[in-house]
Design a protein around this ligand. Structure first.
Ligand code: CDP
Ligand code: MG
Length: 900
């Protein structure tokens, strides 16, 4: 398929997309019911198989297909020569006993739901069954989607290994993969498949799609299933490409959303349950529920290690920091000679800022609550009349399209204290004894370190894995007999009304707790120690976790759907439909980005050429717009660097503490950041400029001295983040070259710093992407005379339509440099973030004259009047400005970009 023209002068050809639209908006197309005419199995196999007419209503599936291992039919069956040891091991898996039933059901039905306990062999075995049964013989692929990148990579390796055919099994995750001509089984993240659908809605490359871990209900999984419910009937009629089989796999039996949703599948798909040979797990509750579950987990793990017979321990906590704290502590207590002290990424950015500001704000908030006059500053003029109405504000975090790893997102919170610094004695923990083989596991951990959980445990050690919920279902760790479960999960909450993100640790669900407990019964009867009381479990745990689609903004999804030709997102067959208001908000934000336009005739938000260009870039819509605009004036390398850096979490260390010799204290971090800020005009680009500089400098060091790590340590950069940025830059460059072949960017472009002219253009680009995140500094009311007080209040901004003032982050360049440079009046920002107060992250200064051009939807255009500059209108919550007169492109002193 053709790459869309980035400036959208040409429409990309999308005949499939539009035809699917026709089919999809109303009823699904009439499909010959499978009862009367079973769909053909994969092409070459078609003749060889006896046609079985299943009696679907009775629910019984006949067993007459020649897929019996003993009599492989040479025309359909591909033999795989596995290593005998592998073969013996896989025969122990419960799913092997069900192979015939599963394969018959897949043969007879276009859609099959497969539910089975984690570890029963779904992910590793079903693709092999399909391969052996000839589903790839016509040259088509078996596609398997995973909600997590780790799972896609490790499972493809595992299956290749088991089949002894590593070249046939590949993976593709965001920008990265090892697929080739030889690939027959392709593991990918669900986002990757969604993007493939945008290019080829019928998924012609594939004969089977397996949606794995469907119980996780990631947004992309849900959308995939919705789309596939339309693609499967299309392919049933498609004589050229043959049928597409859909297998939905779930670790729980809660599959009603897929089977009983009348909007999804015309015929209710059969559900096959794989009986597991799970051993019993005994659950032990605490009598009381401790607040400090990390210490409680440590104590419990030590007790198990000292008192209970052999068997691996798996500890569930909520995030990366907690994992690292526990691992460090456990390694200190029960050291292993074999385990080198590998660097844990244990920087605890305790987010302590200017406390006085915080106190002022708190006081102000308190007073307001009591109904007293607020002392919080408001701009004189219209704003002084009161507080702006709270309406939806776009706060769009950098959620890259394909990176749906839930716990990756959970890990970027500014951090809690290291509760485990306490003396082990005081925790009632004894040291010494058998060494522990203690390994961390979380999604941001390097994959080679993750892979260690599958390696044999050295002689004389007990395995102990400390994990986030990543070990809950997608990975099965061998040899676990004891589970310690804190019961909590860390979730990113997105306030739909204010657009503010917060992280909260809350109780997980009963289903998740039972999944965690189940991890203990894989090898023998196991034990699960729950760090909470049975009362709490009974009363405070919801039955199931909410599907992700109900919890996060859906802008990127809406854009992808529109690009696929699904204009009427409200009628889409979502397994769980998001609130109508959420879809509308997403449409509105895409409208203000210029990605959609309202078509008066159809009364539908249509995608614009800019929107189509944006949808080609695998990043969040705001970043996609920046890329789409950067073709001009050779800005692309900078924007690629910026977008890469803004997508990676915590590039600049906040407050590293820990056992590193090279750790810094607060003052040092501030000092170093001031060095990064430097002087000069480019300061106006603000915090993103530091990121550009950091990349520039670190890459230079890496090139000239070959040692980036040292440099990062010296200048408070997170080395892993810099490596990730390097990877992202390369991958995004590749992607941009695919979308815009005529630009032909070098893979490792020489980094240089933007000159003044370029940095002004970059400010406009940042504004164009962040149109919904415009803020203006609040004026300190003249009646506040105390200079100290005034200085504090000078850090406050009015952000979008947020009622409360938001404060500059203490680490922002504009904060650090405020003695020499007056904080800018108009800004765009990355994020409003609430911990115990609201602050702005990632500030860039903008010129108000740019607003009518780049943030048109924020502005009301008035006839010429006396107002000298744009202002907020209290009634509408909008920026007002005068378009003619002194303002307007001709009068601008700065170089400007054009919008398509
Ligand atoms: O998908 P499901 O949870 O049903 O099971 P699976 O991931 O297919 O795992 C089946 C078995 O393979 C488990 O017992 C795992 O321990 C094992 N396995 C392994 O030993 N090494 C891997 N890299 C992946 C799975
Ligand atoms: Mg699995």
């Amino acid at each position: 398929s053709r790459a869309p023209d980035v400036l959208g002068l040409e429409e990309p050809s999308s005949s499939e997309a539009s035809s699917s639209e026709d089919d999809s908006e109303d009823e699904p197309p009439a499909v010959t019911p499978i009862e009367s005419s079973p769909p053909a199995p994969p092409q070459e196999a078609a003749d060889a198989r006896p046609v079985v007419v299943p009696p679907p209503k009775s629910g019984k599936i006949p067993r007459t297909l020649p897929i019996n291992r003993g009599v492989p039919n040479p025309s359909t069956f591909i033999s795989v020569h596995r290593h005998p040891e592998v073969q013996t091991n896989r025969e122990k898996l419960p799913i092997l006993a069900e192979e015939q039933i599963i394969m018959e059901a897949i043969h007879d039905h276009p859609v099959v739901v497969l539910a089975g306990e984690t570890g029963s062999g779904k992910t590793t075995q079903v693709p092999q069954f399909l391969y052996e049964a000839g589903y790839t013989k016509s040259g088509k692929l078996i596609g398997v989607t995973e909600p997590r990148r780790v799972a896609a990579m490790s499972m493809s390796q595992r299956v290749g290994f088991e089949m002894n055919l590593p070249d046939l099994v590949s993976y593709q995750i965001r920008f990265e993969g090892n697929t080739s001509e030889q690939t027959r089984i392709k593991f990918m993240t669900d986002g990757v498949l969604l993007r493939e659908m945008a290019k080829d809605f019928r998924l012609r490359k594939y004969s089977v799609i397996i949606i794995d871990e469907a119980h996780e209900r990631s947004v992309f999984t849900d959308i995939l299933i919705g789309n596939l419910s339309r693609i499967v009937p299309l392919r049933a009629k498609d004589t050229e490409n043959g049928p597409l089989k859909l297998i939905v796999m779930s670790a729980t039996l809660r599959v009603e959303d897929f089977t009983e949703n009348s909007k999804l599948f015309k015929t209710v798909p059969p559900v096959i349950k794989v009986e597991s040979r799970q051993f019993e797990t005994t659950c032990h509750f605490q009598r009381t529920t401790p607040d400090d579950y990390v210490s409680a987990a440590l104590k419990k793990a030590c007790k198990i290690h000292r008192e209970l017979p052999e068997g691996g321990i798996l500890i569930f906590v909520t995030g990366q920091q907690e994992v690292n704290q526990l691992v460090r502590k456990l390694r200190d207590l029960y050291p292993s000679k074999n385990l080198e002290k590998d660097q844990l990424d244990d920087f605890n950015g305790l987010d302590e800022e200017d406390e006085t500001i915080e106190k002022t704000l708190r006081k102000a908030t308190l007073k307001r609550k009591k109904g007293q006059q607020s002392k919080v500053p408001t701009r004189s003029g219209p704003m002084a009349k009161g507080v702006l109405p709270r309406v939806d504000l776009n706060q769009y975090r950098a959620i890259p399209l394909d990176d749906t790893e839930a716990d990756a997102m959970r890990d970027d919170q500014p951090e809690e204290e290291d509760v485990l610094e306490a003396d082990p004695e005081s925790l009632g923990v004894t040291t010494g004894g058998q060494p522990l083989w203690c390994l961390p596991l979380y999604s941001l951990l390097n994959s080679d370190k993750q892979a260690r959980i599958f390696e044999p445990v050295p002689e004389g050690h007990r395995l102990c894995v400390v994990s986030t919920n990543i070990a809950e279902t997608s990975l099965t760790i061998p040899g676990i007999k004891y589970v310690v479960d804190c019961g909590k999960v860390k979730t990113k909450f997105y306030d739909k009304l204010t657009g503010v993100t917060t992280y909260q640790v809350t109780w997980g669900s009963k289903a998740a707790a039972n999944q965690r407990a189940g991890r203990a019964g894989r090898v023998a009867p196991g034990h699960c120690y729950r760090l909470f009381s049975s009362e709490v479990f009974k009363n405070d745990f919801p039955l199931h976790a909410q599907p992700e689609i109900l919890k996060r903004p859906v802008d990127d999804l809406v854009l992808q759907m529109k690009a696929m030709g699904i204009m009427n997102v409200i009628n889409f067959p979502f397994p769980t439909p998001p609130e109508m208001s959420q879809l509308k908000v997403a449409e509105r934000r895409l409208l203000s980005l210029g990605a959609l336009r309202f078509d008066k005739a159809s009364k539908i938000h249509q995608i614009t050429p800019l929107g189509k260009s944006m949808s080609a870039f695998p990043v969040a819509p705001c970043f996609a717009k920046m890329l789409a605009l950067s073709e001009q004036q050779n800005l692309m390398p900078y924007t690629i660097s910026l977008v890469s850096a803004l997508t990676v979490q915590e590039v600049l260390l906040e407050t590293p503490v820990g056992n590193h010799e090279d750790s810094f204290n607060q003052d040092e971090v501030r000092k170093i950041r001031k060095i990064w800020a430097g002087k000069g005009n480019h300061l106006l680009l603000g915090d993103p400029m530091i990121l550009l500089k950091a990349i520039h400098a670190a890459e230079y060091e890496a090139g000239s001295r070959g040692n980036m790590l040292d440099f990062c340590n010296r200048y408070a950069l997170r080395h892993k983040a810099m490596i990730e940025i390097r990877k992202l830059r390369r991958q995004l460059t590749n992607e941009v070259n695919l979308v815009l072949p005529h630009i032909n960017l070098a893979l490792d472009p020489k980094m240089s710093l933007p000159d003044d002219n370029e940095s002004n253009l970059l400010r406009q680009i940042v504004l164009a992407g962040m149109v919904n995140q415009v803020g203006r500094r609040l004026e300190v009311p003249p009646n506040i005379t105390d200079p100290k007080e005034r200085a504090k209040l000078e850090n406050a901004y009015q952000c979008g339509n947020l009622a409360d003032p938001v404060f500059m982050h203490g680490r922002s360049i504009f904060f650090l440099k405020k003695k020499t440079v007056k904080p800018p009046e108009w800004i765009v920002y990355q994020e409003v973030f609430e911990t115990d107060r609201m602050h702005i992250r990632g500030m860039t200064a903008i010129e108000p004259e740019w607003l009518p051009v780049f943030a048109k939807t924020l502005c009301n255009f008035l006839p010429p009047c006396q107002e000298p500059e744009p202002w907020y209108d209290i009634e509408s919550g909008r920026v007002m400005c005068k378009i003619n007169g002194t303002f307007g492109p001709q009068a601008w002193p700065l170089p400007t970009l054009t919008l398509p």
